[in-house]
Design a protein around this ligand. Structure first.
Ligand code: NAD
Length: 508
């Protein structure tokens, strides 16, 4: 399978992709991409250095000078053709996502579908980059805002959405008239090469070379250089809060623009009136899907004390049915964690939870899957001690651990929801209009996403996506997120014969 999807995507034709055995052992200019389900090398990838990085950004700048002049609806047609090509290659691309980051095949395909969806969205958007017109206070004056291309945009992506996060940025940036320099995670370089190759090939065939560019390199050699690079007016960075703090500071230091999509610590509140079957199904997907490696994974469950003893057994029953194993096998619902370090972080978090008085209700250990030397762990539920907090639950451990708390009043549950540093996604399950509206009110959830009777993960691309507080405040994808990729210009035209000053000033 490995060879098949790499071949279908043309990866062996890429000069920087090498058969694993052909890379010089210990060569610092090369990384090996490993399959997290088997521990086996898929391919080696040659890294960029400072010189190739500079050439890449210079090329992106040059391409920008032409691309910004192409009418937006024509740019939209290029994005439409890219979306069509991704549709055609959905299966190999989705399987490559599965191979390289270990999410189950259905989710690998779903991620690619998200890229197709955002391309469709961007095509429509290419005819809707609307500015406002406002009445001028001066006679014979017209005042309006227009949105103009910004420049080459730097995109930094996390390992866990190795195709869709780039597409969210790149498809919008492209219709907005920007070129894109993408620095993917070193844990998913092959998916990045495949995705960028499709976009670049289509755009080049349509007469627009150089719009989509890729740099693959270490954080110190390439990442830091990119963040500090004044030729990139916007850095859109997705990843941990630790990374966002660093990137935010450096970009602010050069007065650049930042779009930060950082870590989450998402809670589901289950009210006393909730439909528990609905809640259990949603919690299962949101807590266990992608092996707990989504920014929107449900990590905390806040349950009304009167229903916790009904809900927990349902969840435990469902957890017992989950098949863990090879993510390419459609019978499995949980694949591996990304690497051995992630397994260690999972085990450490479970140990800390125990030390802090948490009770492991199910899971808590690694899993040995026969025939696979992968990074598999058990989806885990930890019940917090009744009268004490559980400090570990304030941290985002990128693994399938669900911490369970109880509450008496909805206001208390909302406070618990908000009582973490991150502010990405949140949800309430309730049949009470009052509880639902309290959750959505100004004193309710402080997250960028607040759902009623659906889980915290699996956002549609039509809404703006992002979170508050330590999640970074950025918004990507739908709604008016496109504005981050353009510069706004306010224009006033005097079509009269007199010079009228604003605020009625008479200057001699
Ligand atoms: P990470 O922070 O380790 O890496 C993310 C990216 O940042 C990588 O490309 C990495 O190379 C780069 N990077 C790190 N330090 C850098 C620096 N100093 N300069 C430039 N680039 C640098 O994150 P990860 O482990 O790949 O992904 C998991 C994290 O991402 C989780 O915290 C998750 O919640 C978050 N995430 C957030 C969203 C969102 O939309 N909010 C989406 C996906 C993942």
């Amino acid at each position: 399978m490995s060879a098949e999807c790499l071949r279908a995507l043309g990866l062996w034709d890429e000069p920087r992709v090498l058969e694993p055995g052909k890379a010089g052992a210990g060569d610092p200019g090369v990384i090996v991409s490993e399959n997290p389900a088997t521990g086996r090398a898929i391919a080696a990838v040659r890294l960029d250095d400072a010189a190739s990085y500079d050439a890449c950004v210079a090329g992106a700048r040059e391409a920008f000078l032409k691309w910004r002049e192409v009418p937006a609806p024509v740019r939209g047609q290029v994005v439409r053709a890219i979306g069509d090509e991704v549709r055609r290659l959905k299966t190999p691309l989705g399987e490559l996502v599965t191979l390289e980051v270990g999410k189950i095949r259905q989710e690998g395909l779903g991620e690619v579908q998200e890229s197709i969806d955002i391309a469709d969205f961007a095509v429509g958007l290419s005819r809707q980059l609307y500015g406002l017109t406002m009445p001028s206070e001066r006679p014979c004056h017209r005042m309006f805002e227009q949105w103009l291309p910004l420049g080459p945009v730097g995109v930094i992506s996390a390992f866990n959405f190795p195709n869709a996060v780039w597409a969210w940025n790149a498809m919008l940036a492209a219709v907005c008239g920007d070129t894109v320099v993408w620095k993917p995670s070193l844990l998913a370089p092959l998916t990045a090469i495949a995705g960028n190759r499709i976009a670049d090939r289509v755009a080049t065939q349509m007469g627009h070379p150089g719009v989509f560019r890729l740099v693959i390199g270490a954080d110190d050699a390439v990442g830091e250089r990119m963040v500090a690079d004044r030729r990139l007016p916007l850095i859109s960075a997705t990843g941990s809060c630790r990374m966002g703090r660093r990137v935010g500071q450096v970009v602010a230091g050069r007065l650049g623009r930042c779009l930060l999509e950082l870590g989450g610590n998402n809670a589901v509140i289950v009210d006393r009136s909730a439909d528990l079957d609905l809640a259990a199904r949603a919690i299962l997907f949101a807590a266990v899907g992608t092996a707990g490696q989504r920014c929107t994974t449900t990590r905390r469950l806040i349950v009304h004390e009167s229903v916790v003893e009904q809900l927990l057994p349902r969840l435990v029953g469902a957890y017992k049915q989950i098949r863990i194993g090879d993510p390419m096998d459609e019978r499995n619902l949980v694949g591996p964690l990304i690497n051995a370090r992630a397994v260690d972080a999972f085990l450490a978090a479970v140990a800390t939870a125990r030390e802090q008085g948490g009770r492991v209700v199910i899971g808590g250990d690694r899993v040995r899957v026969p025939g696979l030397d992968g990074n598999f762990v058990e989806p885990t539920i930890v019940r917090a001690p009744p009268d004490r907090g559980l400090p570990i639950a304030h941290e985002e451990t990128f693994a399938p651990i669900l911490y369970v708390f109880t509450f008496k009043e909805v206001e208390q549950a909302v406070r618990m929801n908000n009582d973490v540093d991150q502010g990405l996604s949140s949800a309430i399950f309730t049949d009470s209009v009052r509880s639902a509206e309290r959750f959505l009110a100004p004193a309710g959830s402080d997250c960028g996403i607040a759902n009623v009777n659906i889980g915290t993960s699996g956002a549609e691309i039509g809404g703006a996506f992002g979170g508050e507080k330590d999640t970074g405040g950025g918004r990507e994808s739908g709604s008016d997120s496109w504005k981050a990729y353009m510069r706004r210009q306010t224009c006033t035209v005097n079509y009269g014969a007199h010079l009228a000053l604003a605020q009625g000033i008479n200057f001699g």
